[in-house]
Write a protein that binds this ligand. Sequence first.
Ligand code: KIV
Length: 266
Amino acid sequence: MPDVTVSTLLGLKQKGEKIAMLTAYDATFAQAACQAGVEVLLVGDSLGMVLQGHDSTLPVSLADMAYHTAAVKRGNQGALILADLPFMAYATLEQTFASCAALMQAGAHMIKLEGAAWLAEPIRQLAERGVPVCAHLGLTPQAVNVFGGYKVQGRGDAAARQLRADAMALEQAGAAMLLLECVPSELAAEITQAVKIPVIGIGAGSATDGQVLVMHDLLGLSLTGRTPKFVKNFMQGQPNVQAAFAAYVRAVKDISFPAEEHGFSA
Ligand code: KIV
């Protein structure tokens, strides 16, 4: 059992204390993140891009995710481990159950799924079977080919209405947490207010209940040389990785990150 549980995260939301989440893919960085005060370690399928060098997350396999989840578990010091189900590992209910079992048995405490209202039934069934789920909404990178690129989602009245309705439906279905990626800051603030479960943002402004960054982005490392608008390089002015992680946690907690310039307008 980790020190940080689903109830801890709910308590942080209720107290108004921001939650610091960071991606981790191995034991050493998982330990360093925990020692810096990170509450949730996300074993993200972003590993397909930052570790494996692919141009999307689509090539990542369930075996890759289980391998990295097990490594993070070995370095974890009390954080909640959230692991991504990779592309097409939850296309059917049976497959979803088997994929969740593989990641929970590797050490995950919560599972993240990308999608919208269609996830309501799988989330309901997983919650009944003891699997806490984080629903990832907005820019869901596994659907990059549907979106036609990594684009801000929820802009315009109809899209905003749809995103709000999806968030409510997934909370209703039993999601334990929501993650909003690249949505207008104002919309993210409304959704955070409207739901009781914690909402984590990336490119979603400062009003969400917490923030997440890809570790390599935080450290100023990029294979492509392109830095998304929502990223801040926390290595700048810091002597080492440990200090950069601590600076990130401090900035999330005191709400100095994200600044307005890291967010998107409607
Ligand atoms: O895979 C990942 O690292 C993620 C974050 C970008 C939120 O889903």
